[in-house]
Design a protein around this ligand. Structure first.
Ligand SMILES: [Zn+2]
Length: 145
């Protein structure tokens, strides 16, 4: 059986490094090492929590993920329920996982992994897209203002 992928399964060291080199790095912080290695520059996670802010964990194509307000997303884990965004630096925020993670994963087990998707029904609806910009160009003579 293919399990739902979590951060500790996804953000692993590159093959040329020892497999356990990030073993002492908290699960939620491994994305920072992973991105750091790929960009080849030092990245520093933010300090402290954004009090009262949260992000909702979901399953997308068999991965536990959470979205940042900047539009980026990352693979997350119920083993370390927090997130800081490597794209915009926002964080740390608490992640909201379902009360019974195993039950949610079990409910999807009969689906092909790439078809496994789940959104927490208690999550607020996503913000509506911004209104379209006003049309450009000159007003049409005789047209409505
Ligand atoms: Zn972000």
């Amino acid at each position: 059986m293919i399990a739902v992928v979590r951060a500790e399964d996804f953000y692993t060291p590159p093959p040329e490094l020892p497999a356990d080199i990030w073993a002492d790095v908290p699960v939620a912080e491994r994305v920072w090492r992973w991105v750091e290695y790929r960009l080849q520059r030092r990245l520093t996670p933010p300090e402290g929590f954004l009090i009262g802010e949260e992000a909702w964990a979901a399953i997308n194509h068999n991965r536990w993920v959470a979205d940042c307000t900047c539009g980026s997303a990352q693979v997350v884990s119920p083993a370390d329920q927090r997130m800081a965004c490597t794209e915009c630096g926002r964080g740390w925020v608490l992640l909201v996982f379902p009360a019974d993670v195993a039950a949610v994963e079990a409910a999807l087990v009969d689906d092909e992994p790439h078809l496994r998707n789940w959104v927490n029904p208690e999550a607020p609806a996503p913000a509506p897209p911004p209104p379209p910009p006003p049309p450009k160009g000159r007003p049409i003579p005789g047209g409505t203002p």
